[in-house]
Design a protein around this ligand. Structure first.
Ligand code: ZN
Length: 253
């Protein structure tokens, strides 16, 4: 069997670039709940990849990148309502900045959030307190310390990954962090640095299926499109090993 890992970023009142609308997100979660899908924790997914645990046939992993505050405001209540859970990859330098500069929430689109990061991080990024509150429905893992951008200073890969891991452990007590590459960019050197820093699973933006083959360093994800129809079709295709492999090869990423 294989397990699909879905990639979300923002949940906002209206849809946009890297943003699903609150209404569509609710429809997708309602569909998963109605079809009896189990949303795996990051630790369960890792056990599946290592071949140590066989999840129910209808299993899926929901992931969110960056740690935007709209995830706390709009996504968390919907996950709670349907008894589902997700994995949130936070940029720990942004979380630190947001925690140091509390501000009223601003429901901005992706570009708006990026442009508010330096000036008012607390308006657009979750604080550590908010992340702690969300842990009933979100596992918190790493999306690096800097997103490999220089809003709050530049770091080497080694420093970046070590600092992110240490902060997640210090602030939330999460001792087995997993890592998602910013913009899906990585190379052999950054991969080696991540494994040396103790990250046990590395999430990419490459599309495809995840089988229990022991390879936890190249987890494939599906960038979510807005409709429930897309979700149903993708989970069908990618839960079937031969069909999913063929489909991933035929269609460009
Ligand atoms: Zn990102």
């Amino acid at each position: 069997m294989s397990v699909s890992v879905l990639m979300y970023h923002h949940v906002l009142p209206g849809e946009g670039f890297l943003a699903i609308s609150e209404r569509q997100f609710r429809a997708q979660m309602a569909w998963l709940a109605e079809k009896g899908y189990r949303t795996l924790t990051a630790a369960q997914f890792l056990a599946f990849k290592r071949g140590e645990w066989r999840p129910p046939r209808r299993s899926v992993v929901l992931t969110f990148d960056d740690g935007w505050r709209d995830n706390h405001v709009f996504a968390a209540p919907i996950l709670r309502e349907y008894g589902l859970r997700a994995v949130l990859f936070v940029v720990t330098g942004w979380t630190e900045a947001a925690s140091a500069a509390p501000a009223a929430f601003e429901p901005l689109d992706h570009r708006g959030c990026k442009s508010r990061l330096a000036e008012a991080p607390g308006a657009v990024v979750c604080s550590w307190d908010e992340l702690a509150e969300m842990r009933d429905v979100f596992d918190i893992h790493s999306h690096t310390h800097t997103h490999r951008e220089h809003h709050f200073g530049a770091l080497s890969w080694e420093e970046d990954l070590a600092r992110s891991r240490a902060l997640i452990e210090q602030r939330l007590g999460e001792t087995a962090p997993q890592l998602c590459w910013p913009r899906g960019r990585y190379d052999e050197r950054s991969k080696a640095a991540a494994l040396a820093a103790g990250y046990r699973a590395l999430y990419t933006t490459r599309r495809g299926i995840n089988r229990p083959d022991g390879d936890t360093a190249e987890i494939r994800r599906l960038a979510v499109k807005h409709s429930t129809h897309w979700l149903a079709k993708s989970l069908f295709l990618f839960s079937n090993d031969p069909l999913g492999r063929l489909y991933a090869r035929l269609k460009p990423e």
